[in-house]
Ligand binder design. Structure first.
Ligand code: SAH
Length: 464
């Protein structure tokens, strides 16, 4: 199994500094499935090529597995010859520093986009073939060349194999180039060898964080990388969703790793849904309506909990409901789940009898989208007419906005927000509602609270 990476950036031999591997030496690395060799077939000022060759021990692979697991296929398989997930593991080990963008001597070059070319003489693409290779790499700016390999050159009538010779060219920072290979090569391979668990989620978020969110194939990538374990895949996709309203949010300071930068806004989004979910569960809610459900992010969390027997998402925007249907894969949902969930088109500013009879309503980051006259109508629709025993409502805490460095002073987190409230303003509004409609109300911070500014999101829990 072989991968070569070449550059024509001059002096090309600087590639050795970026990779922390001296072009004059052959190095080997012991891995638990074989040995990785690194060497340079060419190293001139004009062009430098590094090769990563993996010598996989197919018998070693079955060692440690139970006796009944030892079929012939485990000894005789294509693993030693194709670039597969082993390749990612080796890449992670051997080019660890370059993947992390670390270099002692060539910091500027590491940050520079340089012409790079990767060649893999044998890359498996069992499901999706060369079209998938193109779909994975082209959106990231790669020129992709693929040549199908015949099953056997001597017997052309046997047809094509699922393997391709692949060349990828792009002008990129070396770190990004390696990262794309690291994530996408196992995606092409159906036979991922190592156990996919929570650590894999973290790995994918760490390596895929900043570009995966924008990739048109992010669902395929995530699902495949996590080997069709849908709950894990869903978690990653949820964490990749940009925080609603924080589109203009700063990407924090440069001392942070991309992962930390990513986690910040994402964990707030995620924590909001989790906190809402916890309140619903504490109150043993069975039937819940999420008003202003948007693209159905909370609905997805609700669906995962068996305790909810009826889940409705309501929104005024058709487009949002379509996106929700797609996100939830309503069409392909098993009947058992499909019966539990409904998406309704409707407005929160008109009385709607369908909203009556739920155990709870959730109103997540919605009120700030309503202008004042509509807000008054919404209050009556929900608290006077629908009157669920429990209402969980969240909205931004405007005091916290100064912490978003790139958000100009006085600007709201989202262009469509009609207002954003301080904690005192929110509390006054919520207490007035509680008084008028005979509810008790409690307040809870969501996200890491700042001592003086409070938490980024504020939550009110109303109980009848
Ligand atoms: N709750 C979602 C979406 C928040 S964005 C989430 O947390 O991701 C606000 C949503 O409120 C949008 O989808 C918008 O279409 C919806 N909305 C705004 N005014 C509305 C109204 N009058 N009736 C129903 N939904 C409304």
């Amino acid at each position: 199994m072989l991968l070569t990476i070449s550059t024509t950036h001059r002096p090309a031999t600087d590639l050795g500094y970026l990779l922390h591997k001296n072009p004059a030496r052959v190095q080997d690395f012991a891995l638990n499935f074989g040995t990785a060799y690194v060497f340079y077939p060419e190293a001139t000022d004009e062009r430098c090529t590094v090769a990563l060759a993996l010598d996989i021990d197919p018998v070693g692979l079955v060692r440690g597995k139970g006796r009944e697991a030892r079929t012939m296929e485990q000894y005789v398989n294509d693993r030693p010859f194709v670039a597969s997930s082993f390749f990612s593991v080796a890449l992670g080990r051997v080019f660890n520093s370059a993947l992390a963008g670390r270099t002692e001597t060539h910091g500027e070059l590491a940050e520079t986009e340089i012409p790079l070319e990767a060649s893999m003489p044998v890359l498996p693409a069992r499901a999706g073939g060369d079209a998938l290779i193109e779909r994975l790499f082209a959106p990231l700016g790669y020129t992709v060349e693929t040549h199908p390999l015949p099953l056997d050159e001597k017997f052309p009538e046997w047809g094509a194999s699922p393997y391709f010779a692949v060349t990828l060219k792009a002008t990129k920072r070396l770190q990004d180039f390696l990262t794309h290979l690291y994530v996408l090569i196992p995606v092409l391979d159906n036979e991922k060898h190592y156990w996919v668990g929570d650590a894999e989620v973290e790995k994918l978020l760490k390596r895929g964080g900043d570009w995966l969110a924008a990739h048109p194939e992010r669902e395929t990538i995530t699902r495949r990388y996590l080997k069709y374990r849908t709950s894990l895949a869903r978690e990653v996709l949820a964490r990749l969703e940009p925080e609603e309203g924080l589109a203009e949010e700063p990407r924090a300071d440069s001392a942070e790793t991309p992962e930390e930068r990513l986690e910040k806004p994402l964990s707030l989004n995620e924590r909001r849904y989790r906190d809402v979910l916890a309140v619903l569960k504490d109150h043993e809610v069975r039937r819940v309506v999420d008003v202003g459900c948007g693209e159905g992010r909370l609905l997805r969390y609700l669906l995962e909990e068996k305790s909810f027997t009826g889940i409705v998402g309501l929104d005024v925007a058709h487009r949002a409901l379509e996106a929700a249907a797609e996100r939830l894969r309503l069409e392909r949902m098993p009947d058992r789940l499909r019966e539990k969930i409904k998406l309704w088109h409707g407005s929160l500013t008109y009385r709607d009898r369908r909203l009556e009879g739920f155990d709870a309503a959730t109103v997540i980051e919605v009120v700030e989208h309503l202008d004042e006259a509509r807000l008054a109508a919404f209050e009556r629709v929900l608290f006077e007419f629908a009157r669920p025993p429990l209402v969980v409502l969240t909205t931004p805490n405007v005091e916290y906005n100064v912490k978003f460095e790139n958000l100009p002073a006085g600007r709201f987190r989202h262009a469509d927000h009609r207002f954003e409230w301080t904690r005192a303003e929110f509390a006054a509004w919520a207490r007035e509602i509680a008084r008028k409609y005979a509810y008790a109300v409690e307040f809870r911070p969501v996200g890491d609270a700042d001592e003086t500014l409070g938490a980024p999101t504020q939550m009110a829990v109303f109980k009848k």
